[in-house]
Design a binder for this molecule. Structure first.
Ligand code: GLU
Length: 357
């Protein structure tokens, strides 16, 4: 028994990844064209931070004759709500943000790089997970929730970094024959990435907004395929942004700490990573200190609030561009009558510190 047998047993029907690499070729776009995506979960509302990101996505794609994609990240089916997709599409439309490609209504999509709802891409993720298993870069983990809890408790009481890594990763070096037997016996499992990283080594990265940043390498054997066969966010991010040939990932800076993991996943999968631009979280001033705008506490967190208050969409977009780009205000002063569409957004003029809203 070898890794190939294990991979075939777990995903007997998965296609070779070459099939997908050919099906979704490099895009034929003008030099320098930027491909961006907004990738919300359909939880029933658009957060002001999501609108902020999608304005940037839309503009960068438009300015460079690129493509702006709307992808729906619905792999956490517990969080999903009815009409969640329509609310996102209509919510963006109200601000004149129309994707070139991707989901355009609850049941329709356009473009050749789909499906654009992650729940419909199960076969694709499984093909790439199988590919990793064959190379010994992913493996089945049979830990029960109780066992994982036990690991966490031990780490906590010994004041050790938490997680499933190194010696704590119980099934990392489990004999293939025994794994095969467990699977044949019908035991439950999930698929984990077998990290090759080391916590005592550092990686450097240049973020398009934050500039040079440095982190310890990832060494966590994170879950890539869950028990329901769907991927985790991290794995889907790598597979989708590669296959959709996204050039720039613009997302909130709460994701910056996942970067070492994402860069490692791209490398393990043989993908060239996209450029990352982590935008500063929009903050709220409260009693002299700053905090994140929260969906629970602040009505202005949801973009629907501005319509309810009678605030014109253009005003909201102007305001967001103003906190996004230091060159917006002088441009607006010099061009009071021009349409927002004529403003050129520059990633290197994005604000790095967290602006108050
Ligand atoms: N689905 C993720 C979110 O809603 C997307 C993050 C990303 O843009 O990569 O936060």
């Amino acid at each position: 028994m070898d890794f190939n047998d294990l991979a075939d047993l777990i995903f007997p029907n998965a296609k070779e990844i070459s099939y997908y690499e050919e099906k979704y070729p490099e895009r034929n776009l003008p030099e320098g064209a930027t491909v961006t995506r907004f990738a919300p979960s359909p939880t029933g509302f658009i957060h002001i931070g999501g609108l902020f990101g999608s304005i940037i996505d839309r503009k960068l794609a438009e300015q460079s004759k690129g493509v702006f994609i709307l992808r729906i990240e619905d792999t956490d089916q517990k969080r999903e709500i009815e009409n969640g997709v329509a609310q996102i599409v209509d919510g963006l439309k109200a601000f004149d943000i129309i994707p070139d490609e991707g989901v355009v209504s609850e049941n329709e999509e356009i473009g050749n790089y789909g499906p654009y709802k992650q729940s419909q891409r199960k076969d694709i993720y499984q093909a790439y997970a199988k590919h990793l298993i064959k190379q010994g870069l992913a493996y089945p983990c049979f830990c029960t929730p109780e066992e994982l809890e036990e690991i966490r408790t031990k780490q906590e009481s010994a004041k050790i970094r938490p997680g499933y890594y190194g010696v704590w990763a119980k099934y990392r070096n489990f004999p293939i024959d025994e794994a095969v037997e467990k699977i044949k016996n019908g035991e439950n499992y999930i698929i984990r990435f077998k990290s090759q990283g080391r916590e005592d080594r550092r990686i450097k990265h240049k973020d398009s907004i934050k500039g040079n940043i440095e982190f310890p390498e990832n060494d966590q054997d994170i879950v890539i395929i869950k028990a329901d066969g769907l991927p985790t966010y991290h794995f889907a991010h790598a597979v989708d942004d590669h296959l959709m040939r996204v050039t720039h990932v613009i997302r909130g800076d709460e994701w910056v700490s996942s970067l070492p993991l994402h860069l490692e996943l791209f490398r393990a999968l043989g993908f060239r990573p996209p450029k990352y631009a982590h935008t500063a979280t929009i903050m709220k001033d409260e009693n002299g200190s700053k905090r994140k705008i929260s969906k629970r506490k602040d009505p202005e967190a949801a973009v629907s609030y501005y319509h309810e208050q009678g605030i014109p969409s253009d005003a909201v977009v102007e305001y967001l561009l103003n906190i996004a780009n230091s060159s917006f205000e002088p441009w607006r002063r010099a061009n009071p009558d021009k349409s927002i569409s004529e403003f050129e957004l520059q990633l290197n003029k994005m604000s790095v510190s967290r602006s108050s809203f």
